[in-house]
Design a protein around this ligand. Structure first.
Ligand SMILES: Cc1cc2nc3c(=O)[nH]c(=O)nc-3n(C[C@H](O)[C@H](O)[C@H](O)COP(=O)(O)O)c2cc1C
Length: 368
């Protein structure tokens, strides 16, 4: 897939998830394979221009973290333009603009989803960014503010006019937050609204089959996966294989899950240091263990790790504890095996092994 001047190895994208899509996680999904482009968490353009440490940490990268998109949010055209130029000078491959964030703090200053309510102003801001740099500029939007204001098709056309390289569309409105199901018809209407620019569908993809279904139903050129990648870092590899060959690879076995868990832990320590890395990993490890089969012993202990040694001890004890669930061949006895992942479009969310959710803002959207 080609986005402006940027050639990508696949049409699968890691969606930004603030608090999750940090450097260690991006490296993990890249190493597992299948992803074409990874994006940082959203970064405040002004904070970046002021070189705030928090903003600089969010864009921390390495040679092995390529190609990389940084996602900016902001609503002041000059700041967005200058931050884009700064990112280009730092070697970032692509700048994505957040037009989907539903959170009040972002919307009330005209950023995030609020950009979908003022098409001309938004197009002018994007034109300023496109014209200031050589790297591709993309936008990530929702379907609109609410059901009465589905502006995504018109906004997509306006942004195509000013030269964006691709559009990412999360098939929900701002009003929906993260509730309900992704609206594939909504994504299709955006894909149909533009002439050349690739539209990348996004929302609720947690299996390779769901990614293929989204492409078939919407005509989108690629798929961007957020929560599904955190639930399952192998999703890009398996989706890419499915799209290329029509064959569904088996889910990774326990040994592979442990290998990637350990790798993720090591990268967390490398990037954040032992103390913070361990603390952050307490939130990550239980996502891996959901697919281990019996894991209560692991889950109880891993949320208390503070050092490398703690983590090694937790793993070692867990391996011993888990032996009681194995047969003579060292495989999990069938009654203890986790159910296969269920494609979200086929089953209600609570069915089968559909993952319970990464926390999202809850309650009335007006107070988010
Ligand atoms: C915890 C969390 C953080 C998110 N952070 C961002 C963000 O920084 N920028 C953005 O454009 N979208 C953000 N999103 C939205 C996701 O990128 C994505 O559009 C949405 O979760 C639907 O896709 P998914 O079902 O594949 O996760 C976030 C979503 C969640 C759940």
């Amino acid at each position: 897939m080609q986005l402006g001047s940027l050639q990508l190895s696949s049409n699968l994208f890691l969606s930004p998830l603030a608090g999750y899509t940090n450097l260690p996680f991006r490296r993990v999904v890249r190493e597992v394979g299948g992803v074409g482009l990874c994006t940082t968490d959203l970064v405040n353009a002004r904070s970046l221009l002021e070189r705030r440490p928090k903003a600089l940490k969010l864009i921390e990268t390495q040679d092995t973290d390529r190609p990389l998109a940084v996602q900016l949010f902001g609503s002041v055209p000059e700041e967005m333009r200058d931050a884009t130029q700064l990112l280009e000078s730092m070697g970032v491959d692509l700048v994505d603009i957040n037009m989907g964030c539903p959170v009040k703090k972002v919307c009330k200053v005209g950023g995030g989803s609020a950009m979908m309510t003022e098409l001309d102003k938004t197009a002018a801001l994007v034109a300023g960014m496109v014209n200031a740099v050589k790297i591709p500029i993309t936008a990530k939007m929702r379907l609109g503010w609410d059901d009465d204001n589905i502006t995504a098709p018109d906004l997509a056309r306006a942004l195509e006019e000013v030269g964006v390289a691709a559009l990412f569309v999360h098939g929900r409105t701002r009003q929906q937050g993260f509730s309900g199901r992704v609206n594939l018809n909504g994504i299709r209407s955006v894909a149909r609204a533009v002439k050349r620019v690739p539209v990348i569908g996004n929302g609720d993809v947690t299996t390779p089959q769901a990614a293929r279904h989204m492409m078939e139903q919407t005509g989108c050129a690629g798929v961007s996966i957020g929560r599904g990648a955190f639930y399952d870092p192998w999703i890009f590899q398996r989706t890419s294989h499915l799209l290329l060959t029509g064959d569904l690879l088996a889910e990774p076995d326990f040994g592979e899950r442990i290998r990637v868990l350990q790798r993720h832990f090591d990268l967390m320590i490398e990037v954040f240091g032992e103390e913070l890395g361990c603390r952050m990993f307490r939130k990550v490890a239980p996502w891996y263990s959901r697919r281990f089969g019996p894991a209560s012993e692991f889950n109880k202990k891993v949320v208390r790790i503070s050092t490398r040694e703690d983590f090694a001890a937790v793993l070692e004890n867990y391996m011993r504890w888990r032996e009681r669930f194995l047969d003579n061949d060292g495989q999990l006895k069938s009654q203890f095996q986790p159910a296969p992942m269920v494609a979200s479009f086929l089953q209600p969310e609570e069915a089968g092994a559909a993952p319970s959710a990464i926390p999202v803002p809850k309650g009335p959207i007006d107070v988010w």
